[in-house]
Design a protein around this ligand. Structure first.
Ligand SMILES: Nc1ncnc2c1ncn2[C@@H]1O[C@H](COP(=O)(O)OP(=O)(O)O)[C@@H](O)[C@H]1O
Ligand SMILES: [Mg+2]
Length: 594
């Protein structure tokens, strides 16, 4: 499990590298960014002017009312209203205009990562929790959006505003007010960052407990049938509750630490405000200041500390966002173990000859799966591969499709080494009906059309018939529009395999591979499928992996694979005459059928 590693966490340092990642996306919309910054500056100006207007209104009102003095405050009040409105509306306009920039960046980066992840090798995907991967991408793109919005429009402007206010206080009221403000802001920021860093471990604990609980719940629900088979509902509930209990405890610590953060912040703000007001009140009694000045200082303080209140949160989130973005880009740094040279020539299939030359392969260093395989499939031939489960038959197919590279030797198609040609062209020329077909959670027809998204309905219909799916589909109330469920779980094994065959028929590749394509069929459907396979592989080079030998007696060549080596090869007749492994298998299967 890799959850919890990516929580917002202030352990990672603020990383400036992330800005170099984001920068180009800001440049993509120069005008929008400029407008947003313009709005920002104007709205800050409006917000800073507020307290000054307030001061003049209050001062105006504290004098003896004359007609002129009544008109002036009225005008000022209107201006004050206008300033407040501008401040808010400019902020909204800024977010609206800038939204496009963040969303475009999220879209671009999301797509880039998605494409990259698809380009990584099968091994990477087998070792990875797809859910966790999705979460990485989601967290990363959200991090980008957060960072763009908050750094540009929260942290930076708040710092500017603080500077502006301190300057104005210094200019209008002297050093004391400016000094108190500056000290309290520094205190506030240091307290918030230190406390936030300290709190992070509680936040992280709560998040990982939360992840654990939800993983448990999902895993348990995915295994719904197994839970019922073993009547383990109570056991599952207990395990889930254990995780929930951890979460509850972690949240408690989290809440208490939040209390100390918020309490400390409030104390600093209150002390500063009280000191400022006390000082201002003193000046008013000395008549060095007006009531209006008193109001102005109070208004500034309120205005200043409000955005600071978010600072603890924003600080933590920004650090978290940076960690998430870096995580996502660490993914981008991964390289496929099956490298693709983009300038590689396309595979040119003229006749469709496949040769394995001294091919060895292993998934893990000390466990060889295929050992120095040598064989060839001549153009248009049908070659069968038989052997016990685990002999390495499917692995051989994975090598041909270049999900992995052999550790030794090479695989040639029409004289071209498949490691040296464009992967897309290689895969376009090979059609595979895999051993375990997994379908998209979509309708039957869309799953078949996946073999060739541009195929016409007539072609799909033809493939449906060839794959002997017609009678099955006709029985369904919703026909070809029937949804197959997650991973195709609503179809039986044989039905799924037939969908896979129909898909491959639509793809029409010159080289065909069937990996135990009829293993989950009863003998009647098997016969009809076999005739379909025969029909579509006519004139094509094909490789048929079979469990039941009766299905491959007509093969041009049969290879018997045992523990990764070819122990016998020849036609059905030849191998029977040889009286070896194949003959033994054949007679035992014959006995079974009788
Ligand atoms: N991704 C993998 N990582 C490690 N071992 C694997 C992997 N895939 C298959 N194997 C192992 O390789 C051996 C051959 O598997 P496979 O080619 O699927 O056999 P077959 O198709 O002949 O039944 C098996 O013992 C299996 O456990
Ligand atoms: Mg297999």
């Amino acid at each position: 499990m890799r959850h919890g590693d990516y929580q917002s966490d202030s352990q990672s340092k603020i990383s400036w590298k992330v800005f170099s990642i984001i920068w180009p996306y800001l440049l993509e919309y120069k005008v929008r960014v400029a407008i947003a910054i313009g709005c920002l500056v104007l709205s800050k100006a409006a917000s800073v002017s507020g307290p000054f207007l307030l001061k003049h209104i209050v001062d105006g009102l504290s004098q003896e009312p004359t007609l002129a003095l009544l008109i002036v405050p009225a005008g000022l009040i209107a201006t004050y209203g206008f300033a407040r409105f501008s401040m808010i509306i400019l902020g909204e306009v800024r977010d609206t205009v800038f939204g496009r920039v963040t969303e475009r960046a999220m879209r671009r980066i999301g797509l880039q990562v998605f494409e990259h992840v698809h380009s990584l090798d099968l091994d990477f995907h087998l070792n990875r929790r797809t859910g966790g991967l999705g979460r990485d991408i989601e967290r990363g793109t959200n991090g980008i959006s957060f960072l763009m919005r908050f750094f540009v429009f929260n942290i930076a402007p708040t710092l500017i505003e603080i500077g502006l206010v301190i300057g104005l206080l210094l200019y209008n009221y002297g050093i004391a007010f400016a000094a108190i403000t500056l000290t309290s802001v520094i205190l506030y920021i240091s307290f918030s960052t230190v406390t936030t860093d300290w709190r992070t471990k509680f936040v992280r604990e709560a998040n990982s407990a939360d992840n654990e609980a939800s993983t448990r719940a999902i895993d348990s629900l995915l295994n719904y049938e197994t839970v019922k088979y073993f009547t383990n509902e109570g056991f599952e509930a207990n395990r889930y509750d254990e995780s929930l209990q951890k979460w509850e405890l972690a949240r408690r610590k989290n809440r208490l630490s939040l209390l100390s953060l918020n309490g400390g912040q409030a104390l600093i703000i209150t002390l500063a405000m009280t000191a400022m007001m006390w000082l201002a009140a003193h000046r008013v009694t000395e008549q060095a200041m007006t009531i209006g000045d008193f109001v102005l200082i109070n208004a500034f303080m309120v205005q200043l500390f409000m955005p600071l209140n978010f600072l603890g949160f924003v600080y933590r989130e920004i650090k978290g966002s940076m960690a998430n973005i870096e995580n996502m880009f660490a993914l981008m740094d991964l390289r496929s173990k099956v490298p693709q040279n983009l300038d590689a020539p396309s595979l040119q299939v003229s006749r469709g000859q496949v040769r394995f030359e001294d091919v060895s392969f292993q998934y893990q260093p000390d466990r060889p799966i295929l050992k120095s395989l040598n064989f060839s499939i001549e153009p248009g031939q049908k070659v069968a591969i038989v052997g016990a489960s685990g002999a390495g038959k499917s692995s051989l197919v994975k090598l041909l499709f270049r999900f992995y590279d052999p550790s030794n030797g090479k695989i040639m198609i029409d004289g071209q080494d498949i490691a040296l040609v464009n992967q897309t062209s290689l895969r376009q020329d090979i059609g595979i009906v895999p051993q375990d077909t997994v379908l998209f959670n979509d309708s039957i027809i869309e799953n078949i059309r996946y073999g060739n998204p541009h195929a016409s309905d007539a072609d799909v219909g033809k493939a449906l018939k060839l794959a002997h799916l017609k009678s099955f589909v006709d029985e369904l109330p919703e026909g070809v529009e029937t949804k197959v469920g997650e991973r195709g779980l609503k179809l039986s094994g044989g039905e799924k395999q037939r969908v896979a065959i129909a898909r491959t028929i639509l793809k029409r590749p010159p080289i065909l591979v069937f990996d135990e394509a009829t293993s989950s069929l009863d003998s009647k459907s098997e016969r009809s499928i076999l005739s379909a396979i025969q029909e579509i592989s006519k004139g094509h080079t094909s490789m048929v992996i079979a469990h039941r030998l009766s299905t491959i007696v007509d093969a041009d060549k049969i290879l018997v694979l045992d523990h990764g080596s070819i122990v016998e090869q020849g036609t059905h007749r030849e191998l029977l005459n040889l009286g070896g492994r194949y003959a033994e298998l054949w007679s035992s299967q014959l006995r079974q059928r009788e």
